[in-house]
Design a protein around this ligand. Sequence first.
Ligand code: ATP
Ligand code: MG
Length: 417
Amino acid sequence: MSNPVIVVHYHELWLKGGNRKFFLGKLFTALRQSLGGVPVERIEQPGDRFVVRLGEGASVEEAIRRVQRVLGVAYYAVAHPVERDMETLCRAAWDEVSPLRFANFAVRAKRSDKSFPHPVTEIESTVGRHLLEQLRAQGRDVRVQLKNPELTCHIEVTPGPLLVYARKIPGPGGLPANTAGRLACLLSGGYDSAVAAYHMMKRGAHLSFIHFYGTGAEPGESSLHVASGLVRALVPYQFRAKLYRVPFEAIQRNIVQFAPEGVRILLYRRMMLRIAEVLAGRDHALALVTGDSLGQVASQTLRNLVAVDAAARMPVFRPLIGADKMDIIETARKIGTYDISSEPFHDCCPVFMPRTPELSARPAELAEAETKLDINSLIQLGLRGTTIERFSYAEGRVEATEPKPLVRADQQHTAMA
Ligand code: ATP
Ligand code: MG
C-alpha cells in the first residue's frame, strides 16, 4: 500500500480573524522546512489540518521527531492509507483500534473528496458497527459514545487512499515560529534562560541570544560552548538564530573595583541589560527576555528585579517569573536543553560574588552605586569584544558559522552605542 501519512492538527484559537492565511502559511513553511531531507511526496491542506504524505523510503520515526518540534502543532497522528473500499476500511480501522484500551468510542469521518460514493454518515455508522461487533466478540465491555468519546477513530476521505487513525499524539502547541516579532534573550548556561527562550518562541517570537562570558576558565570549562550548545538545541524551533558572545570579565572587574560589594551582582545585571539593548536594537528586537523567576536567588527578589530593570529602556520579559524550578526543569528535559545546562561551566557571575548580597535594592541606590563607573565606556568595551555566531537549521541538522567580530578591527575606534 502507499507510504505512511502524518495528519497534523493545529488549534483553531489563533485562527480567528484576518490572520488565518498568514499563520497557516507560516505553519506550512515550518512543517516543510522541518521535514527537510525526509522524503515527502506532498503536504496537503484539506480543511482544518495538514496531511503530510511521506515519500518512498521515508522514516516515519524521523518524520515524527521533526513534527514534534514544529511550534503551532496541537497534535498529530500517523495515519494508515487504505484502499478506497468499505470492507478494507473496516479492517484497517479494527487494526488501528484493537490494541488500544478505552471504555467508549466514536468514529468520525471527514470527506474532502466528494467522489467517494459513501456519505460521511454511512462511513461512520458502518465502521462504528464493525468495530463494536469486533470488540464485543472479544468480550470487551465498550460502548459507542458520540459526545466526548474516550477514543475517536478518524477516517479521512481525501483524493487517493483513505486515511485511518486513532492515536493522536500531542505536539508542542503554541503559535507558529516567527509570527510575533523579534526579541533578544539573555542566555546564561543555566536551565532557566533557555526555557524562558523556548516559552517566547512558542508564542511566535524570533529570538537573538546574548551570552556574557568570563575569561580565565580552564580549557573545556568555558560557558561559551554551553551557550552555543543551548542555541543549537533551540534553533530548530525557529530555524535561524544569532548568538552574541560578550566578554564580561573586564566589566565585572571594573564594577568590583568601583562599586559597593553588596550590589555587585545587580550592577552586573544592569550592565548586561544595557549591552543587550544595543544588540537587540541592531536586530530590531523590541524587548529583552531573561530567565528570572521570582525569589529563586538573591538577585531575583521583587525589589532587586525592579531595581535592575530601572537601567533598561526596553521592556524586559520574564516568562518564568511565576514558574517553579521543578516545572522549569521538566520543560528543559522536554526541549533537550537539560543535559547541556547540566554540564559544568565557568559562570562569569559567581567569581566575584559578594559575601552578603543586597536583597532589597532601590533603583536610586543602584544609580548611586554606579556613579564611579563610566557606563558608556563599559558598554563600548563589551561591544568591542563581542563576536557573533550564526546558527541555521535545515535538513534536520544545525550548522554554525565561525564566530565573527561584531565590530571590525578597522572600525574599533568609532562609537557604536
Ligand atoms: P539561569 O539558569 O538562566 O542561569 P539563574 O537562576 O541561574 O538563571 P541568574 O544567574 O541570577 O539566574 O540569572 C538570571 C538571568 O539573567 C538569567 O536567566 C539570564 O537571563 C540572565 N543572565 C545571567 N547570567 C548571564 C550570562 N552570563 N549571560 C547572559 N545572560 C545571563
Ligand atoms: Mg545563572
